[in-house]
Design a protein around this ligand. Structure first.
Ligand SMILES: [Zn+2]
Length: 410
């Protein structure tokens, strides 16, 4: 990821549409971006639309094995979860690294240059987490390993079955294990409170303190299903976001994944603390989750980002437009988010939630950029974020550069 070189894009998004853009890269970072330059000798040509690499903020690599298998039969989220627990069992590090490599290669082919792996498979201590890091390194994608503390089966329940392998026993043991994982080239270690279901209040504070001491991203699954909210109200006497506020967990370094079952008061709490919201539209649809008040969250002050979550679909452009399209059906209104806002969610705001200095074509930032193919002159159009976000998909990605190294060119 320390590549150097010169690329020339037909058109690129550099905060605005620009033609004939020269991108100079040195030591894995962008050195200069200049528009209106003819193709110099020795430059690599990027034919089509060049944009920053896409950020996949929330992934569980192992859940790709469920793709297609949970689409027959019936049920709800909780029945899906039983299937998911079966898929979580029995991995050894070598097999998991192999599986993760397949998933990460599919992500790179889809233009994803950084992935956040929300990781709670702790059967082998750090064995499976290290397998994810090894797989990401082998493939060349950036990884933020978001290691999740997971201590109980519910607010009023202890761990059952495979859940027992997710637990370290207590939050101090979780911290001691995660301390063994190190940041490195293309690798960041982040922390997660799995959910308010799985982590008690004092342990939440331990996890948040661990992350804040290290300036590491902090994530949580929040209010995906109404049952979590009801359990929280019954046991703690408040909603999940209110519980996080009470325990000092809310802040701009926190990413709340889903945030679907939230009240107006929750929305203003999350917004006031500038908590990032990670929406996972294709998975939420697949699981029959409801549609969250994303427009209200943005208005309240929360940045948005997106993730492929269960990896039933790996397409960040589809995730980003799903944010908008699902709300159109839920509200009967159109254009609750402008295309440039969806674009930010898929790029710079996602990269920030994962702790990467990337997501814009600007000098000094990590040299991660992708090209959406356009074959001139027949299908050629001017780069337009509305067309990009609503008319393009993972299959249109023709070039992927991560840290100044070309990973895909077709
Ligand atoms: Zn998840």
């Amino acid at each position: 990821m320390n590549g150097s070189g010169v690329w020339h894009a037909d058109q690129a998004w550099i905060g605005h549409r620009a033609d004939d853009v020269l991108i100079e890269v040195e030591g894995g970072r962008i050195k200069s971006v200049t528009e209106g330059v003819p193709v110099p000798a020795g430059a690599t040509r990027l034919e089509g639309w060049t944009i920053p690499g896409l950020a996949n903020v929330h992934s569980h690599a192992f859940q790709r094995t469920l793709r297609g298998t949970t689409e027959s039969g019936g049920g709800d989220f909780w029945e899906w979860r039983r299937e998911m627990y079966r898929a979580a069992e029995g991995w050894d590090p070598a097999t998991y690294a192999k599986e993760a490599s397949v998933v990460f290669r599919e992500m790179v082919a889809a233009g994803i240059t950084a992935v956040g792996e929300f990781h709670y498979l702790h059967e082998h201590g750090n064995g499976l987490g290290e397998a994810l890091i090894d797989a990401a390194r082998a493939v060349g994608i950036r990884i933020t390993l978001i290691d999740a503390c997971y201590l109980r089966g519910g607010l009023d329940r202890s761990l059952e079955g495979v859940q027992q392998t997710f637990s370290d026993g207590d939050a101090d043991l979780w911290a001691a294990r995660v301390d063994e994982l190190k940041d490195g080239e293309g690798v960041r270690i982040g922390a997660a409170i799995h959910s308010v279901r799985a982590v008690d209040a004092p342990s939440m504070r331990t996890v948040a303190a661990w992350a804040r001491k290290r300036n590491a991203p902090l994530h949580i699954h929040l209010a995906e299903q109404q049952a979590e909210v009801e359990e929280c109200l019954a046991v703690e006497g408040c909603t999940p976001p209110q519980l996080l506020e009470r325990e000092g967990i809310l802040g701009p370094d926190l990413t709340a994944v889903h945030a679907i079952q939230v009240t107006d008061d929750d929305v203003s709490l999350l917004g006031r603390h500038h908590v990032s919201i990670c929406a996972c539209a294709t998975t939420e649809r697949d699981l029959g989750d409801r549609v969250g008040p994303l427009r209200k969250l943005v208005e309240a002050g929360s940045p948005l980002c997106v993730g492929s979550d269960s990896n039933a679909v790996i397409d960040i452009l589809e995730e980003a437009r799903g944010v908008e399209l699902d709300q159109r059906r839920a509200t009967g209104r159109r254009v609750l988010h402008q295309p440039e806002d969806l674009f930010r969610a898929a790029t710079v705001d996602g990269m920030r939630a994962l702790g990467w200095d990337a997501g814009e074509l600007k000098p000094g930032l990590l040299a991660d950029f992708i090209t959406i193919g356009q074959q001139p002159p027949v299908l050629w159009r001017q780069l337009d974020l509305g067309y990009l976000m609503f008319g393009s998909s993972a299959h249109d990605v023709t070039n992927v550069v991560i840290g100044g190294t070309t990973l895909l060119s077709r």
